[in-house]
Design a protein. Structure first.
Length: 299
């Protein structure tokens, strides 16, 4: 065994010394490598410009950009390896591997790398899913070896729309925080529309209006989606239909419509339903909203 190791390292040493006598070959390969890098950067810039001009959706734009960037890096790496594979010395490979191990040992980096593989191969979530981590809500646009990139949603907005900000979270957060995921196996979530009516209002009319609008929306938008396999949705149509509920508080009668909606269309769907309901409410004078009436009496 000792003789085999000795012969192996003797061969490596001779190979390394031989390469020192042919510097011209390395200069040529360095020049080719530089050309490949420059071409790769130019192509990436061209693709990035085309995506910016032709893709209007902000989330899709980020995802496509990341896909193009990763593809370019992989292609450039393969080309550079092809250039150097005949000349690179085994000792250099060992030195690079040793340097990589030192970098990996940096505090926290190992957990981020483990977190990356857990997310990818345990299929926690992927690009396009909406996640809630602590107080942060956003759509996943990239998952790399170090962190998760989210396109922030909601925050100071009253809707579920994206704020435009990008948040980077270390991958190791999956070991420390509870993560709520939407879109993994189910794109549909429950939302509510709620009004407070005066005690004198005819809530039966409000119930009929809200139920009719909700059922019309359900038949047009949600019913076709229920045919898709979805382990998180009820198994029958009745359990997925809009639900009307009635309650009271100190201000008046509380009427609520609960309905399923695609989480990416939450704001637009609520706006559409509100328009339908409020327009019909206007046609019924016996339906009045409860308001706080402040009167100042002069003495």
């Amino acid at each position: 065994m000792t003789d085999v190791l000795t012969d192996y390292f003797d061969t490596l040493t001779k190979s390394f010394l031989t390469t020192l006598h042919t510097p011209q070959d390395y200069l040529n390969k360095l020049a080719l490598t530089a050309i490949v890098v420059v071409i790769g950067i130019l192509l990436h810039w061209v693709f990035k410009t085309l995506i910016t001009r032709n893709v209007s959706d902000l989330q899709k734009r980020f995802i496509v950009r990341k896909l193009i960037k990763r593809s370019m890096i992989i292609i450039m790496t393969l080309v550079v390896l092809f250039i150097w594979i005949q000349a690179i010395n085994a000792l250099i490979l060992l030195a690079l591997l040793f340097g990589f191990l030192i970098v990996v040992m940096v505090r926290g980096l190992i957990n981020n790398i483990i977190g990356f593989f857990v997310i990818k191969y345990r299929k926690y979530f992927k690009e396009g899913h909406r996640v809630e981590i602590g107080e942060i809500i956003g759509d996943v646009i990239d998952i790399n070896m170090i962190n998760i990139e989210l396109l922030e949603a909601r925050k100071w907005l009253s809707s579920d729309s994206n704020t435009g900000r990008i948040i980077k979270i270390p991958n190791k957060v999956i070991f420390d925080e509870t993560i709520e995921i939407v879109g993994r196996t189910n794109r549909l979530i429950w939302q509510e529309i709620q009004y407070v009516l005066t005690f004198e209002s005819k809530w039966q009319d409000a119930e009929k209006i809200m139920t009719d609008v909700g059922n019309s929306y359900f038949n047009a938008e949600i019913l076709p989606l229920l045919d898709e396999a979805n382990e998180q949705l009820p198994g029958n149509k009745e359990q997925s239909q809009p639900v009307f509920s009635l309650n009271t508080n100190d201000d008046g009668i509380v009427v609520t419509l609960r309905y399923l909606v695609d989480y990416k269309k939450g704001t637009s769907t609520k706006t559409h339903l509100q328009r339908e309901i409020l327009s019909t409410f206007d046609e019924h004078p016996n339906i009045q909203f409860a308001v706080v009436d402040i009167r100042i009496l002069s003495t």
